[in-house]
Design a binder for this molecule. Structure first.
Ligand code: G4F
Length: 339
């Protein structure tokens, strides 16, 4: 029997990689899109344009996390066996500017989904993409599934609420509900306002003469960065290989923003010191510290481990920007990186 999966946030970085993985495994994939989404230029465009997939095994539905009736209706109609909840406002810096919207989508949106699932006669297995930001400035490193929640920004608070609600619904309503505690995961499909993509794109644009400098905030900040393709494999494993539980997905390696800069500029043979400048506009009111994950449980229970090193990741991202920008340049449509 063909398995059906439903993805909220299907047009994002993770949604597109997860769609590819599920389609390759023979799934029928459904996803919710906001009425404002422009699909032609999204990360799904290559799947959307394939007539053997779109409306054959890949289906998009208009539904919104702030409009539960639309979600309830679609989920009742589709009756998926697996639901991957990836949608939400995911930019930490922006969450200081729009905390209410962040909580509305990221916290309340997740609760609304859980309420809908609770009422379904056969609730799907539920994967919640949560974040290392729930730990804030933890006293212990690396963090595990048992590390106490101590968020320090509106995004982390919203994710902590949603994470705890998933735990409550798993324990109290017998849902097969999983929290995937995801550390930073990147790829050429990352949004342009996240720091790795911003840096890789700028390095490539400067190399091609399309941009002169790159303005950044705190370059001493450190993160545990992996490749998004590895993390969506973890999502699938979490719903198919183990018991409903919480799992940390991380590389266990810390690198600084400065190391991203040096790796990306080295990949295009440029001296970063000639191009990178500090701009306090990109500083955040609070920075998490020592967010590095221990994925031992995912390794032991799910057989998951990351396959892409930090160097490979940043080099792949920079090369992808070079390819994309030089194609655009040849067509006369290249544009420099937005701030
Ligand atoms: O790339 P970032 O914006 O990612 P951040 O804040 O770690 O959040 C990402 O990872 C989380 C964990 O998986 C997710 F929950 C979250 O949804 C998102 O995917 O920033 C990384 C670091 C920060 O310390 C930031 O202050 O880079 C620093 N930074 C320095 N200059 C900058 C900049 N970040 C951005 N976006 N832009 C800058 O110019």
């Amino acid at each position: 029997m063909t398995r059906r999966a439903f993805i909220t946030g299907i047009t994002g970085q993770d949604g597109s990689y997860l769609s590819e993985l599920l389609l390759a495994q023979g799934y029928e994939v459904h996803g919710s899109v906001r009425r404002t989404s422009t699909l032609e230029r999204s990360r799904l465009a290559h799947l959307y344009a394939d007539p053997t997939l779109y409306n054959q095994r890949l289906f998009l539905h208009y539904a919104d996390l702030d409009d539960p009736t639309t979600l309830r209706r679609v989920l009742n109609a589709v009756q998926p066996q697996e639901l991957y909840h990836l949608a939400g406002q995911s930019h930490v810096g922006l969450s200081f500017e729009i905390p209410e919207t962040t909580c509305e989508f990221t916290a309340m949106g997740t609760l609304r989904l859980l309420e809908i699932l609770r009422d379904l006669p056969e609730p799907p297995r539920f994967f919640h993409a949560t974040s290392s930001e729930i730990f804030g400035r933890p006293t212990a490193s690396p963090q595990t599934e048992k590390t106490p929640l101590a968020p320090i920004n509106p995004y982390g608070c919203a994710k902590a609420f949603a994470t705890q609600m998933v735990r409550v619904y798993r324990a109290s309503h017998d849902l097969f509900a999983v929290n995937g505690i995801l550390y930073n995961h990147e790829s050429p499909r990352r949004g342009e306002n996240f720091v790795t993509r911003k840096i890789c794109r700028a390095a490539a644009a400067i190399k091609l003469g399309l941009q002169e400098e790159l303005a950044l905030g705190d370059t001493s900040a450190q993160r545990d960065w992996g490749h998004a393709r590895d993390y969506v494999r973890g999502m699938w494993l979490a719903l198919n290989q183990g018991p409903p539980d919480d799992y940390v997905f991380a590389t266990g390696q810390l690198h600084s923003v400065q190391q991203v800069i040096e790796t990306a500029f080295a990949a295009v043979s440029l001296d970063w010191q000639h191009h990178v400048k500090f701009d306090r506009h990109f500083l955040r009111p609070a920075e998490p510290l020592h967010l590095v994950g221990d994925a031992s449980k995912a390794r032991a229970v799910l057989g998951w481990s990351p396959t892409t090193s930090f160097q490979e990741l940043i080099q792949e991202m920079t090369q992808a920007e070079l390819d994309q920008l030089s194609q655009g340049e040849r067509r006369g449509t290249a544009r420099p990186e937005a701030r």
